[in-house]
Design a protein around this ligand. Structure first.
Ligand SMILES: Nc1nc2c(ncn2[C@@H]2O[C@H](COP(=O)(O)OP(=O)(O)OP(=O)(O)O)[C@@H](O)[C@H]2O)c(=O)[nH]1
Ligand SMILES: [Mg+2]
Length: 188
């Protein structure tokens, strides 16, 4: 039997992490919402689900506070802990999704330390198992979303893209989310 694959989901507050995890896994225990009372603290894997004949589970994390490097480090640490626990139970890490709301301004500058941490999380020398997933395409006029995507490519996420990460668009549908995972799993 194939090993279950595990994928970490991270990104700044309200990017749509929990919504994507819930949509794909159908895990009722995942909480959606952007106020403090419902802020996601869940870091264990979601219920597993099947993609292209492989079982996959996602690790939802709470939102990174874009103004604090410390919160980024904490999320990285939590994903690492969760990956290690899952690996002891026979899962295999498959990569990371970094979600970003296309209608919002870019995040803080991503440091060299973060780039290294993300590669470590992916267990690869480069970032080819990192997908920067833009969300909420339906909530802004397409021309603005395309402009924002171009700015993210040449600005905030340039360093990650130069290190091998790829950009994806999540259109909010189950099919769109599954295709993102399918492409990631093919690159493993
Ligand atoms: N229009 C639209 N709204 C969305 C989408 N995804 C999430 N939302 C809404 O955005 C809000 C935050 O969504 P979450 O999925 O909880 O975001 P999150 O990244 O898990 O947030 P934190 O855990 O607080 O960082 C909720 O009100 C969602 O209903 C989307 O694709 N389109
Ligand atoms: Mg959440």
């Amino acid at each position: 039997m194939q090993q279950q694959r595990i994928v970490g989901v991270m990104g700044i507050e309200g990017a749509g992490k929990s919504s994507l995890v819930k949509l794909l896994s159908d895990d009722e225990s995942i909480e959606i919402g952007h106020d403090l009372s419902s802020r996601s603290t869940r870091t264990c894997p979601s219920l597993p689900f099947e993609v292209d004949g492989q079982m996959v589970a996602l690790v939802d994390t709470y939102g990174i506070d874009g103004s604090r490097e410390e919160s980024e480090r904490l999320v990285v640490k939590r994903i690492e802990t969760c990956f290690r626990t899952a690996e002891k139970e026979g899962s295999q890490r498959a990569g990371l999704l970094w979600l970003h709301d296309i209608s919002r301004d870019g995040p803080h500058m991503i440091t060299d330390d973060t780039v290294k941490s993300l590669a470590d999380l992916c267990a690869t020398p480069d970032l080819h198992r990192l997908r920067i997933v833009t969300t909420r395409w339906e909530s802004v006029p397409q021309v603005m979303a395309l402009e924002s995507e171009a700015q993210l490519r040449s600005g905030s996420f340039k360093q990650l893209l130069d290190a091998g990460a790829q950009m994806e668009r999540h259109y909010g549908t189950l099919d769109s989310g599954r295709q993102i995972l399918s492409r990631l799993l093919k690159d493993n």
